[in-house]
Design a protein around this ligand. Sequence first.
Ligand code: ZN
Length: 129
Amino acid sequence: MDKIAINTAKLIEFIDITSKIEKIVRDSKIKNGICVIFCPHTTAAITINENADPSVQKDIIKHLDELVPADKNYLHSEGNSDAHIKSSLLGCSLNVIIEDSTLALGTWQGIYFCEFDGPRERQVWVKII
Ligand code: ZN
């Protein structure tokens, strides 16, 4: 398993990690298979979305904030329930097909680490099968 270290800088942000995952795939020398990308955190997530227009990520963050407000009568005493809920909504793992030693992503797709309770030191775990 490979581990990618990510230091997030903001409370909420999306970080494009596509090139880091592609490097792990290249270095593995595996031509065809599955790349499992896993986020081992309960207040962060992993998602695939558009990497051409940065407004898309801003819109996703804005609408998640509207859907899951930071201040509500949550029971969790740590004060970051909104981050936990957003983490579960987006999910903690992805499978991407590896074809001819590259990630089989759509033209406009990028892989994003999604921070919802930063800034923190984070990791993404990657396993190629
Ligand atoms: Zn918490």
